[in-house]
Write a new protein. Structure first.
Length: 260
């Protein structure tokens, strides 16, 4: 696929679930992932770091192009001195990341402590199949999807939230992001984070209904996520207004999945 069909910066505001992304062939990161998956042999360490370096250079080139389109000279941005660290923002950055990590650890603890329970669920389905008892395959598929969703997003949410917080101070700087000011990287990162939180909430609720005996444990996770979402929505009230490249600009019918 030619480079002019790549969607600039699409990978900055996605959920990093390349396997389910309809835009994988139009994403610089996705194209590299496809190459890696299609290799007959694993990449050597030298090849891996070479690919990382090339991706970084390509990202810088694309960022320069976006700045020029907005009428901003990239050299002027580079020449500007680094801002003085803001202790309050650094503290907030750490706090939000710690909350994200706490949720991730809760999620991992849930699946680790319920390994025997999940094994019994699988064994029960196998026994039904062996006895030719009708099985609701659609429902089983939905449960498997729910498990994959919460496990995919658990480590991602805190990282994306931290990126959003780190850009809060320049969020309304139209000299950097142009007009409208809500089209900033911080709002875009917040949108990616909050969407993953909402999908995780839906997935946990599906698991709670399927496993009523695990309600108390799952309610703790739902409460932690709900509080996290409330924090992020408080910091980024305009997150919904951010227009993500590709996901919010391409026709609805081109999307095979609603994971991004």
């Amino acid at each position: 696929m030619s480079k002019n069909k790549l969607i600039p910066s699409i990978h900055n505001y996605c959920d990093r679930w390349c396997e389910r992304c309809v835009f994988i062939e139009r994403c610089a990161v996705g194209v590299e992932e496809l190459k890696r998956w299609n290799r007959d042999t694993p990449m050597s360490e030298e090849e891996m770091w070479g690919a990382v370096s090339e991706n970084f250079k390509e990202s810088l080139r694309m960022l320069d192009d976006m700045l020029r389109e907005a009428g901003i000279d990239p050299a002027e941005i580079t020449a500007q001195p680094d801002p003085e660290p803001n202790p309050e923002m650094e503290k907030l950055d750490e706090e939000i990341f710690e909350k994200g990590m706490a949720y991730y650890k809760m999620t991992e603890a849930f699946f680790n402590s319920n390994e025997a329970f999940l094994g019994e669920q699988q064994a029960s389905v196998q026994r039904m199949a062996d006895m030719n008892v009708p099985i609701d395959l659609e429902h089983l598929g939905q449960l498997q999807d729910a498990i994959e969703i919460v496990r995919q997003y658990a480590p991602f949410i805190g990282v994306k939230a931290r990126r959003a917080i780190s850009g809060m101070e320049e969020m309304h700087d139209t000299e950097i992001w142009g007009d409208p000011p809500y089209q900033s990287d911080a709002n875009g990162s917040a949108k990616a984070c909050i969407l993953c939180i909402e999908r995780s909430l839906g997935a946990w609720e599906m698991l709670r209904k399927a496993w009523p005996e695990k309600t108390d444990e799952i309610l703790d996770l739902l409460l932690a996520l709900t509080r996290f979402r409330k924090d992020m929505e408080g910091f980024f009230p305009d997150w919904k207004k951010f227009v993500r490249p590709g996901f919010d600009t391409e026709p609805q019918q081109v999307r095979r999945f609603e994971m991004n």
